[in-house]
Design a protein around this ligand. Structure first.
Ligand code: BTN
Length: 257
């Protein structure tokens, strides 16, 4: 497996701010951690960090993210003017990432609220948005949006083998460099609409959960519900069996089959 070629990414990149600068490293614990350090040191919005592999990639709910060479591990620094909901940033990124993958793929990409992208029901991409709040005012100082995409075929741990897929396994032969350039372009375009929430219509259309029975994991509790809608702030509206309707702004759902 060849190392990522940052010159090939830059040659294919047509953005104004996203990926400028683009920091490419062979290995790091987590590109989100590196981007957060750069943010604290004053790096500008749009700074992107990409790694060939991560030694301690992070997923949601404190999970690790399997990050061997051959995948894309990319984080971008955002400094939203308004205090955007982290869920809205994640929804926006999910739509933009689906569009980027579909530039090269012959299959549709679905979104499992709020941070997973699926092909044929299997996870191909995960998104982790981390915000940094001012301790006094509670205002969002910056957010780091990190995505991991399974690109090349890989030897996944047994517990992941039946639930994940890779672009290569689905017959999509895009290079990591071309996909990274497309991701940065689609993110920049979608992020420009963050205040309007226009991308939410597409988020609903791509949803793998709307109308489905789901199990909701929230904190330490879990309950059954039906997913009904994605709200204007990116939250998921669900209805519990007793009829109670509630909006999840974080948490996680798994599909019940
Ligand atoms: C999830 O599936 O729960 C989210 C996974 C997010 C993984 C990406 S890889 C790039 C960035 N760096 C990390 O440590 N995590 C995110």
């Amino acid at each position: 497996m060849q190392s990522l070629n940052p010159n090939a990414i830059e040659a294919a990149l047509h953005t104004r701010r996203f990926g400028r600068p683009l920091i490419a490293v062979a290995e790091t614990a987590s590109t989100n951690t590196l981007a957060r350090q750069m943010a604290a040191d004053g790096a500008p919005e749009g700074t992107a960090v990409v790694a060939d592999r991560q030694t301690a990639g992070r997923g949601r709910r404190g999970r690790s993210f399997f990050s061997p060479t051959g995948g894309i591990y990319l984080s971008i620094l955002l400094r939203p003017r308004k205090t955007a909901e982290p869920g809205l940033l994640t929804s926006c990124a999910a739509v933009a990432t689906a569009r980027a993958i579909e530039r090269f793929a012959a299959f549709p990409v679905a979104i499992k609220w709020v941070n997973d992208l699926l092909i044929g029901g299997r996870k191909v991409c995960g998104i982790l948005t981390e915000g940094d709040l001012d301790p006094r005012s509670g205002a969002l100082r910056f957010a780091v949006l990190g995505i991991g995409i399974n690109v090349a075929h890989a030897a996944f741990p047994p517990e992941l083998q039946n639930i994940v897929t890779t672009l290569a396994d689905e017959g999509c032969a895009v290079t990591r460099e071309a996909l990274i350039a497309a991701l940065l372009e689609e993110w920049e375009t979608a992020y420009a609409t963050i205040d309007s929430g226009d991308f939410l219509t597409e988020s609903r259309r791509r949803s793998a959960v709307l109308g489905r029975a789901v199990t909701v994991l929230r904190g330490t509790e879990s309950f059954e519900a039906v997913a009904e809608d994605i709200g204007e702030t990116g939250g998921l509206w669900v209805r519990r069996p007793g009829g109670e309707r509630l909006c999840l702004c974080s948490g996680e759902v798994s599909l019940r089959l």
